[in-house]
Design a binder for this molecule. Structure first.
Ligand code: SF4
Length: 308
């Protein structure tokens, strides 16, 4: 294939011709982040997808549930994925049948679904959240109502601690990428970068979170890094985040706590695939309209709470 600069200029030309908005998650490869119109976490990208009125179509560089979310929030605008095989193993760790059985175990419970869930699961959930607003969403639920938190046990456990909710029942899912980060990785990174604060994502294991200096969503990490007087940071999340942080905080250095925290699904998107998608529009996100309508409700409830 042609050299990178050539591919980027062809992407730019086609993006203008098609009126395409290119969105990329912070875990995408650096060159994909560079070509995107917006780089963000799932909350930031969901908001952009819902609010942007000028784009004719969206090219979503991320994993499947994210592109689905963009399509759910704006059904009038097509969303395309450069690689439709980019899925999220954690999103597939709960099925509608399992959720129905869990509801039977906790009568009267409110189901809080992390956005890292399929459209089918959102459609049978009560309210969505992201890692940036999970505590706020949980606090909005009356204290006497049990909460089923899906699908991430680590985020669920962290939110229960942050909010003091004893009646929160996390599902047993987990992110395989964040689970690869071990306590010893944090200790070794601290020794290698003395004085650098360790910032961990709430999807990390409890023992990793316990020895971090700060727990933050990806958007929270950007804010913290900009405001902190520190010049170096150890980052305990997917390694693509270090690229975004370095770009947004010039002059500061960001060390991944381990190079093993590399999500293979996020890395399926390449510049070539973005170009091919702009050329052929071969991979639209397709959703059953009834499922999409039902899945929109918990997402809108989340957005309404954030506006309060
Ligand atoms: S980093 Fe984890 S949660 Fe995010 S897409 Fe990859 S597997 Fe899913």
């Amino acid at each position: 294939m042609d050299n990178q600069a050539d591919i980027v200029s062809r992407i730019d030309r086609l993006r203008r011709e098609r009126g395409a908005l290119i969105l990329a998650h912070s875990y995408e490869p650096g060159e994909v982040q560079d070509v995107a119109d917006v780089v963000g976490d799932s909350l930031e990208l969901s908001r952009i997808a819902a609010q942007n009125d000028s784009a004719k179509l969206v090219i979503f560089c991320g994993v499947h549930f994210m592109a689905e979310t963009a399509a759910i929030l704006r059904p009038d605008r097509p969303v395309y994925m450069p690689d439709p095989n980019a899925g999220c193993p954690m999103a597939n760790m709960i099925t509608p049948r399992e959720l129905a059985e869990e509801r039977n175990r906790h009568p009267g419970a409110v189901v809080v679904a992390y956005v890292n869930t399929t459209a089918e699961i959102k459609a049978v959930s009560d309210i969505c959240c992201t890692s940036a607003n999970a505590a706020q969403v949980v606090k909005s639920i009356p204290a006497d109502r049990p909460i089923i938190f899906i699908p991430d046990r680590n985020l669920g456990d962290w939110v229960a601690g942050e909010t003091g909710r004893k009646n929160l029942f996390p599902w047993r899912g987990f992110c395989p990428t964040h689970n690869r980060i071990m306590e010893r990785d944090v200790r070794e990174a601290r020794a290698a970068h003395p004085g650098a604060p360790v910032v961990a994502h709430p999807e990390c294991r409890p023992e990793v979170r316990a020895i971090a200096d700060r727990i933050a969503s990806t958007s929270g990490m950007v804010r913290f890094a900009k405001e902190s007087p520190a010049r170096e940071f150890v980052i305990a999340t997917e390694i693509g985040m270090c690229y975004r942080l370095a770009k947004e905080c010039p002059g500061k250095r960001f060390w991944p706590v381990t190079e093993l925290a590399d999500c293979p699904n996020m890395k399926l998107t390449t510049l070539e695939k973005i170009l091919w998608e702009l050329e052929d529009l071969a991979h639209p996100v397709r959703l059953d309209p009834a499922v999409a309508a039902a899945a929109r409700k918990p997402l809108e409830k989340m957005v309404a709470i954030l506006g309060q």
